[in-house]
Design a protein around this ligand. Structure first.
Ligand code: C2E
Ligand code: CA
Ligand code: CA
Ligand code: CA
Length: 279
């Protein structure tokens, strides 16, 4: 038994070393990703469900590492959050979004909106709002063209400070979306304490639509509550025409998902979704 235990211990040690080695390597490459211009944004359309007009897009980070090939955001974003690298990366994302909006505006698409994901860690940086304000000004873009997405858990970490910063963003005209709505454990009272504009219903709920009355009732209840609070509902992960029909019937305003379009590079987004002149 003793020997078995030692073997097991060694096995776990080897396993752990391998994992932390992998982590260190990933981190080394990630530190160089920005200066080496390996990061980019892909854009996924958000459409008005009633007529499928493209209202804008969510910006999703991509890392194409020269050394490792493409690395998914679910792998590198948690690491960037733990190490604080998400702060400069997040600033870059916001600056990039302002430039994209500037480009769209120059082509007459001044109504389109871009949504950017914000990590909790970015709210530790008191400069966040000021930097964004400068970036918007530099690009001549109104804050109202930008939306920020945060999860419920981000709101409740260091609540006072986060709340102040979100109100400052609101003063710039930036709107606030609650990402992955319905997957947190918190009570809903934060909806009154924060300047929330949009609920993005998590794709797990959308996936189950049409699979039974209970699932539909849940989404219907979320939509009912959102509307009572004058919030816009965005359904994420819409993959089928049936889901879109359900959501439209429930009064959801906006859809995002493979049915309407996958995330694509900005040039392709323009080509596909933005008809020249006006639109
Ligand atoms: P998220 O904010 O919930 O983003 C939506 C994810 O769902 C994206 O995955 C998107 O590609 C995927 N998706 C979109 N439509 C469909 C669909 O119809 N079906 C399915 N099955 N999936 C769909 P992605 O791009 O891999 O991003 C994963 C997560 O990484 C995001 O989840 C977000 O939490 C994080 N992330 C991405 N970009 C950024 C960023 O710039 N900053 C921060 N802090 N986090 C980011
Ligand atoms: Ca998001
Ligand atoms: Ca989401
Ligand atoms: Ca998510």
């Amino acid at each position: 038994a003793k020997e078995y235990g030692r073997g097991l211990h060694q096995f776990f040690r080897a396993e752990m070393n391998e994992r932390s080695l992998e982590r260190v390597q990933l981190l080394n490459h990630l530190r160089r990703a920005m200066p080496q211009r390996e990061l980019s944004l892909h854009l996924q359309p958000q459409v008005r469900l009633s007529d499928r007009t493209v209202l804008g897009a969510e910006a999703l980070l991509r890392w194409n590492s020269a050394a490792l090939g493409p690395v998914g955001p679910d792998r590198f974003i948690p690491l960037a959050e733990e190490t604080g690298l998400i702060e400069p990366i997040g600033d870059w994302v916001l600056a990039q979004c302002c430039e994209l909006l500037q480009d769209w505006q120059a082509q007459g698409h001044s109504r389109l909106r871009l949504a950017a994901n914000l990590s909790g860690r970015q709210f530790r940086n008191a400069e966040l709002v000021l930097r964004l304000a400068r970036e918007l000004e530099r690009c001549g873009v109104p804050g109202s063209a930008l939306e920020v997405e945060v999860t419920e858990s981000v709101l409740l970490e260091r609540e006072g400070r986060t709340r102040e910063m979100l109100f400052a963003l609101k003063d710039l005209g930036v709107s606030l979306a609650i990402d992955d709505f319905g997957t947190g454990y918190s009570s809903l009272s934060y909806l009154r304490r924060f300047p929330v504009d949009v609920l993005k219903v998590d794709r797990s709920f959308i996936h189950d639509l049409g699979q039974g009355a209970d699932h539909d009732a849940l989404v219907r209840a979320i939509a009912g509550m959102a509307h009572a609070l004058k919030l816009t509902v965005v359904a994420e992960g819409v993959e089928t025409a049936e889901q879109a029909a359900f959501l439209t019937a429930l009064g959801c305003e906006v859809g995002q998902g493979w049915l309407f379009g996958r995330p694509v590079a900005p040039a392709e987004f323009k080509q596909r979704y933005l008809t020249p002149a006006g639109g």
